[in-house]
Unconditional design. Structure first.
Lengths: 161, 114
């Protein structure tokens, strides 16, 4: 409450095309990222289920960045970026870790992995967002999450499934 | 926002009433500690009532899996009761819904332990 997150959200949809945050590698960052995503998604006209999906995807990406990427290193930051294009909400989360190779993540739905206690984050992100791009590098991982806006402010784009 | 649990006994079954969020950090730790404490007291028939759990993330899902396997490995049984739609949907898409024994009625759930 009362953090630097609050001051941007209210007019995001009307006046801001892009907001960026640089965050510490802490659990508080995970919660704040989720809360910020909730507000921005709601301000951009997503319905309740979509808001929950976007917020959860951002939470999971933030968990990956804080825990697996930066490993709670106080010297490393998490960059969180929300951008509204004409038809999409585009969210980018970057860390300064060793780089996540998505090809090495086991399928959490495989029978032998069902009872594992971790490894579902990226799967949930992919389940909830329309597009997910993961760009690992030696200086960190960038994950880009896209959700199509198909409300009245979404430029006429409808879900096409 | 935080996670709360309370336990009660019904016909030899321990019902753990959970409320709040089961997420990375406090929520997951609360579940883990509760289950460990019950097992240490020999209470191995556990019904996790998730009716007031508003939110769960991948860490929370992992914690439920961990609780399930930990109890089973000690010869007990852990079942889930009263899933909210959000939690139900998450267990569906992660294919865990059929792994857990999920109940909707408390009395029937209590009777289902043997």
């Amino acid at each position: 409450m009362g953090s630097r997150f609050c001051r941007f959200h209210r007019h995001f949809a009307m006046t801001e095309q892009r907001v960026s945050y640089t965050l510490d590698s802490t659990l508080e960052t995970v919660d704040n990222a989720e809360q910020t995503a909730t507000r921005i998604a709601a301000d951009n006209g997503f319905d309740e289920d979509e808001v929950m999906q976007i917020a959860m995807a951002v939470r999971e990406a933030a968990v990956n960045a804080v825990l697996h990427g930066n490993a709670y290193d106080p010297g490393k930051k998490v960059m969180l970026d929300f951008e509204r294009t004409g038809r999409d909400l585009v969210i980018t989360i970057r860390d300064q870790g060793a780089g996540l190779d998505p090809a090495k993540i086991p399928d959490p739905l495989a029978p032998e992995n069902l009872l594992k206690t971790s490894g579902r984050g990226i799967f949930l992100i992919r389940s909830f967002m329309d597009e997910v791009q993961i760009h690992p590098s030696q200086t960190g991982t960038e994950i880009k999450l896209v959700k199509h806006v198909h409300g009245p402010t979404g430029g006429g784009k409808e879900a096409s499934q | 926002m935080s996670m709360k649990v309370s336990t009660r006994q019904v016909d030899g079954i321990t019902i753990v009433d959970c409320s709040g969020r089961i997420t990375l950090g406090e929520g997951s730790v609360t579940i883990r500690d509760s289950v460990r404490e019950l097992l240490s007291k020999g209470q191995k028939k556990i019904l996790l009532n998730l009716g007031d759990v508003s939110y769960i993330d991948s860490s929370g899902i992992g914690e439920l899996v961990s609780a399930f396997t930990t109890v089973r490995n000690q010869g007990g049984e852990l079942k889930l009761l009263n899933l909210t739609k959000k939690v139900h949907d998450l267990l569906q898409i992660t294919k865990l819904y059929t792994v857990f024994d999920v109940k909707e009625d408390e009395a029937a759930a209590v009777k289902s332990f043997n």
